[in-house]
Design a protein around this ligand. Structure first.
Ligand code: PEP
Ligand code: MN
Length: 342
């Protein structure tokens, strides 16, 4: 249920509603818009809100059901407004476009710093790089771990770009949260609900990737696990799903972009790298994603892709990334978005 406060309702009015909602064992999520404040009453016994008789309370305008199973993520909860997520001065959502680029994984100091310098020069707004890698084979390189995190800090210091990096395992949460400006939850962990809950408590923006076989609604339900912990800063990411098609790694489901944007206020970004698995198909997918209305792109870019330790075939060469970045920015402008740099 959501309780819509009247314009000009006081902080006391809001606090009173929060108290009443919590008194029946529900959690209260206060969302302050420019004009109106809305309080989400969330829990398994939402129906009991009716018993509170809040309609007559000071400052309360309306008590409405939230129609979707995902409550805090639903577009209705923000009354149709887009959420804007700020990461160190860079915005994503609500007309602001995020251009996140960097290597699949952190390999060594030279590779990370050179790739970072190139993506910064090309106009990226954030830097990506995995220190903990989810690999199909346990015998493949698993990431540099803490040493990788240290190199990401160095790359941030040098370029000024905020860092997006994956958290694979709850045991590394403190280490990752200390370094990451945005914590990435990978496709394989999209339904790791205990991980999502803890990330919701960590107080860092989250980039949540769609699971390989997850529906759009399952992605939204997964985001709800983060939001319910009081963390509003969640970006959703389409990265390709499993279908019968085997001519490429995954099927990039670009219809998820308008579908998600109709259902949620959260920003939607697209990873055009992992579905094609080939660098020459990354550009058309990146541009199509932007045209489809994505609020950002997260793309794999490497200083020497042919010698990359993982995902070598799909990484774009950082020395040439400025050309693609300029095209992405041009399409973003056509789609009504502005690349948000600090
Ligand atoms: C990645 O971004 O490097 C990654 C492993 O992505 P995904 O979780 O989408 O496979
Ligand atoms: Mn990768």
């Amino acid at each position: 249920m959501m309780i819509v406060m009247k314009q000009g309702a006081s902080e006391e009015d809001v606090a009173h509603v929060v108290d009443r909602v919590e008194s029946i064992g529900l959690s209260a999520h206060v969302s302050r818009g420019e004009v109106l404040t809305v309080i989400g009453a969330i829990g398994s016994k939402e129906g009991r809100v009716a018993e509170l008789g809040l309609e007559g309370s000071p400052g309360v305008d309306q008590v409405l059901p939230i129609m979707k199973p995902y409550k805090l993520a639903s577009r209705q909860f923000k009354e149709g407004r887009d959420s804007v997520i700020e990461v160190d001065g860079r915005m994503v959502g609500g007309g602001n476009f995020g251009l996140i680029a960097g290597p699949c994984t952190v390999e060594n100091r030279d590779q990370m710093l050179e790739s970072a310098r190139d993506v910064a020069a090309a106009g990226a707004t954030m830097l990506r790089g995995g220190a903990y890698k989810p690999r199909t084979s346990p015998y493949s390189f698993q990431g540099l771990g803490r040493e990788g995190l240290r190199l990401l800090v160095e790359a941030r210091e040098e370029t000024g770009l905020p860092v997006v990096t994956e958290l694979l395992d709850l045991r590394d949460l403190d280490d990752v949260a200390e370094v990451a400006d945005v914590i990435q939850i990978g496709a394989r962990n999209m339904q790791n609900y205990s991980l999502l809950t803890e990330v919701g408590r960590a107080g860092k923006p989250v980039l949540l990737k769609r699971g390989l076989s997850a529906t759009v609604e399952e992605l939204l339900m997964a985001s709800e696990y983060v939001l319910k912990e009081g963390n509003d800063d969640v970006m959703l990411c389409e990265r390709g799903i499993r279908t019968f098609e085997n001519a490429y790694r995954f099927t990039l489901d670009l219809l998820a972009v308008p579908a998600l944007k109709e259902s949620t206020h959260l920003p939607v970004i697209v990873d055009p790298s992992h579905a094609p698995g080939r660098r020459d198909w990354v550009e058309p997918m990146a541009l199509a994603a932007v045209a489809a209305g994505a609020d950002g792109i997260i793309i794999e870019v490497h200083n020497d892709p042919e010698h990359a330790i993982c995902d070598a075939a799909q990484q774009v060469e950082s020395g040439t990334f400025d050309e693609l970045a300029a095209k992405i920015e041009a399409v973003a402008e056509v789609a009504g978005k502005t690349v948000s740099r600090a």
